[in-house]
Write a protein that binds this ligand. Structure first.
Ligand code: TYD
Ligand code: MG
Length: 461
């Protein structure tokens, strides 16, 4: 009895709406993820009677199996949207939980409505639950996207209990929940969108999906302010985490797998937002190369790998005398810390200073690059801009730079070269070592360190 009273009196707790970290006191900055103004007051999820009060002997013994037990690979459902199927690791796995995160307005609802229609047309029973738009609005969008013939069933609802009851009766193979932040579970007292609500709703939906063999796709808006919990709060509960990204003003959108229990992470799918919805971009290299006419200083083509696919991407740098006492370092689509490192290596190992110079680096097409293999391409773009010397238009560059100024070989050289050859390039600058694979039509210029690179490509530096 005393125990129960204690439990009913729930203590106040605070959680970070960006990473979900729980603390007992408020502070301006989250200790776990370092974000500012994301800590909000939150009621804890009731955790049920504690193990001690239950007594260990009350548990049920669970069946154990060997590692050896044969497991057939999961059957997968294909949407027919190749860019989506690949990012999912080769199609949708039954009973899996997928999170699709992204900025508001980036096109998550559009993508998922199109995916829902495709799955439904393939005979997969699909329910689309919108907590943000009325059914009429979703239908209007479907009309515009020419999807009205698809047997998708719609609901506009935010009450999780009603949604689960409906899913229980209808037994769909796929349910899409748009968005998890609008869902409201009566097991938690706090407001929709709060960390505990988002967490509880995601937990109920994913465990329901596992139990019933239904795949569930949760939409999560990335939020900047602390009042609404972001998708990172539920990342650990799902099997697959996809982020839909793109620069505002660019029509290109990239669907990126950041976690996947059923396939490779880092796989990307490329889409273009048009008046008639999202269309696939099957040859992303052609897209990221923008319109390359005359070779221009500061512009370099990087032969990259995104997931399992080689992609050529144009990097652009601008270096100009700075009017500021603290020169600018502006990066779009790459890591600012890594840029600082390359500038430091160029100065320390090659004696090429960037003091007093503003440096701007941009990845064309709204792409984001994470690969260290882009180091050498970045250095090339910076030098090309600084020296006002254009690299020949038929050249691609890749390789990692170490702090000593040595160039390090990177993986998948052959795939990078083949992609370059396919798109009409004839020369590649790459680190020594690794497998020096000859690819027909490509002259491979292999260099050991940054100093010899500067000498060879830009003449003495
Ligand atoms: P939406 O899917 O609603 O974004 P999210 O669910 O991520 O918030 O997409 C909204 C934007 O997409 C909106 O600005 C309009 C644009 N859009 C198009 O350009 N073409 C289309 O066919 C559709 C449906 C939307
Ligand atoms: Mg939406």
């Amino acid at each position: 009895m005393v125990q129960n009273e204690n439990m009913a009196k729930s203590k106040t707790q605070f959680s970070c709406s960006a990473c979900g970290n729980i603390t007992t006191k408020w502070s301006g900055r989250c200790e776990a993820c370092g974000d500012w103004n994301t800590i909000v007051e939150d009621t804890p999820i009731s955790s049920g009677p504690s193990a001690a009060s239950l007594g260990v002997s009350k548990g049920r013994s669970i069946p154990l199996t060997d590692l050896r037990t044969e497991e057939t690979p999961p059957p997968r459902a294909h949407s027919g949207i190749a860019e989506l199927d690949r990012v999912l690791g080769g199609g949708l796995v039954p009973a899996s939980a997928i999170l699709v995160g992204g900025d508001p307005g980036i096109g998550k609802s559009t993508l998922l409505l199109q995916a829902a229609a495709q799955f439904a047309r393939k005979g997969i029973k699909t329910i689309y639950v919108s907590g943000e738009e009325a059914s009429a609005q979703v239908r209007m969008r479907a009309q515009r996207l020419d999807l009205t013939d698809a047997p998708v069933q719609l609901a506009a609802e935010t009450n999780l209990r009603d949604i689960l009851t409906t899913l229980e009766q209808e037994k769909p193979q796929l349910a899409i929940i748009d968005s998890i932040q609008t869902m409201w579970s009566d097991s938690v007292g706090s407001a929709p969108g709060s960390v505990s609500q988002v967490r509880a709703a995601a937990h109920e939906l994913t465990s329901f999906a596992k139990r019933k063999g239904m795949a569930v796709i949760l939409v999560g808006h990335v939020t900047k302010e602390g009042q609404i919990a972001g998708p990172r709060v539920v990342e650990h509960m799902v099997d697959t985490v996809l982020y839909f990204e793109g620069e505002r003003g660019h029509q290109f959108r990239i669907l990126r797998a950041v976690k996947n229990r059923f396939g490779p992470a880092d796989e990307i799918g490329v889409f273009e937002m048009t008046g008639a919805g999202l269309t696939q971009v099957l040859n992303p290299s052609a897209l990221f190369l923008s319109d390359r006419g005359q070779p221009s200083p500061g512009s370099v083509v990087f032969a990259g790998i995104e997931g399992t696919r080689p992609v050529l991407i144009e990097l652009q740098a601008l270096v100009a005398p700075s009017p500021h006492s603290q020169p600018r370092r502006t990066v779009v689509g790459w890591d600012g810390g890594r840029l600082a490192m390359i500038l430091a290596v160029l100065e320390a190992r090659c004696g090429i200073p960037f003091t007093g110079l503003d440096v701007y680096l941009n990845v064309a097409g709204g792409m984001k690059i994470n690969e260290p293999a882009a180091d050498l391409a970045v250095a090339t773009a910076l030098l090309s801009a600084r020296e006002d010397t254009a690299l020949p238009a038929d050249t691609v560059v890749f390789g990692e730079i170490s702090l000593s100024g040595a160039l390090r070989a990177v993986g998948q050289t052959e795939n990078r070269l083949k992609e370059a050859q396919k798109l009409g390039f004839t020369t590649a600058i790459a680190p020594k070592g690794g497998k020096s694979l000859a690819v027909d039509g490509i002259t491979l210029n292999q260099l050991g360190d940054l100093t010899s690179f500067v000498g060879e490509v830009f003449g003495a530096g």
